[in-house]
Design a protein around this ligand. Structure first.
Ligand SMILES: CC(C)(COP(=O)(O)OP(=O)(O)OC[C@H]1O[C@@H](n2cnc3c(N)ncnc32)[C@H](O)[C@@H]1OP(=O)(O)O)[C@@H](O)C(=O)NCCC(=O)NCCS
Length: 290
């Protein structure tokens, strides 16, 4: 059967892309079903409307590519189709035209790295921004500890939407995630309110949050994202909300969690936070540029 390519048409295609991501998932792969959902829906549709292409064999997605123009490409290719990396890179070349282009595979993705080197991409310096992938098993989780008057709990539903969006916006000092986009995100697989945790402050504000996405086939949760309102930092809230969410993940059947903070020296705090909770690095991304 010949492989055919077509454009992304909507959320049903995201589910088909997630099916490939779940099918080929391992610690050697940079994608997780949750980061596709988060990446696609965290911002309102017009801001996330980047070209996406799907390659199918007999109706089943065997590769996808997602270009954040002008220069960044995410891609996932079923290893059973060794000819596809070249085809996907052709698609990206056509989009990028004469501009610079960048791709950020994990160091363990030898097939992608080889394809990039063959096409004239070169690795950038070691001190450039990169993501450090971390993992933690869930069998020995410490209990969360909160300052007096603060409580950790899962989001209950749309009645929490305003405060849920407010804590995200405060933590990131950005209004790009909106009530509309987060409301949509909450309807997208595999979002679960039971894995979307917040710390509520004595004044009723949400002070900190940790969202976990659960892949129940591999029993692995992805933490994405975590944030604490600057008014409440250094109180141990991020640590507590993550631990509370990780306990919920274990109760849902999860055996381990992964998280992918920046690993370069320019953005050290999140990595400190996760390592302090027992996460250990297992891989890093590296930017290849042409
Ligand atoms: C990263 C962030 C979530 C930490 O929130 P927080 O509630 O202040 O963190 P905690 O008080 O729970 O700190 C837990 C540990 O993280 C590390 N940490 C947190 N803030 C730190 C800082 N400013 N400098 C150094 N280490 C820090 C420490 O190891 C700390 O443990 P300690 O207090 O025992 O030393 C917060 O700074 C934030 O929202 N940043 C912007 C969003 C972001 O980068 N999120 C993470 C993306 S992966």
């Amino acid at each position: 059967m010949a492989v055919t390519m077509r454009k992304y048409e909507g959320v049903r295609d995201l589910r088909a892309m997630q099916e490939l991501t779940q099918r080929v998932w391992s610690l050697a792969d940079p994608h997780h079903v949750g980061d596709l959902a988060w990446g696609r829906f965290m911002f309102p549709a017009e801001q996330a409307d980047w070209p996406i292409a799907l390659w199918e064999d007999d109706g089943r997605v065997v590769a996808w590519a997602w270009a954040q123009l002008p220069d960044d490409l995410r891609l996932q290719i079923d290893p059973a189709y060794p000819g596809l990396p070249a085809e996907v890179l052709d698609w990206f070349d056509e989009l990028a035209g004469d501009g610079t282009r960048e791709i950020n595979p994990l160091d363990a993705q030898n097939d992608v790295r080889e394809a990039l080197l063959k096409r004239g991409y070169e690795p950038v310096d070691d001190d450039a921004p990169f993501f450090a992938h971390h993992v933690r098993e869930l069998d020995d989780l410490p209990d969360p500890v909160l300052p007096e008057g603060f409580t950790a709990r899962a989001v209950r539903g749309v009645e929490d939407l305003d405060r849920r969006v407010a804590v995200h916006q405060a933590a990131w000092n950005s209004t790009k995630v909106t009530r509309e986009s987060y409301g949509t995100l909450m309807t997208v697989w595999p979002y679960r309110t039971g894995l979307d945790w917040v710390v509520e402050a004595p004044n009723g504000h949400f002070a900190s949050n940790c969202l976990i996405w659960y892949d129940d086939v591999h029993r692995v949760g992805l933490i994405e994202p975590v944030g604490t309102d600057p008014e409440f930092r250094r109180l141990g809230l991020a640590r507590a909300v993550c631990l509370a969410a990780l306990h919920a993940l274990a109760e849902a059947g999860g055996e381990r969690a992964i998280v992918c903070p920046r690993g370069d020296a320019a953005y050290p705090v999140p990595q400190e936070l996760y390592r302090g909770m027992g996460f250990r690095p297992y891989g890093r991304t590296r930017t290849y540029r042409r």
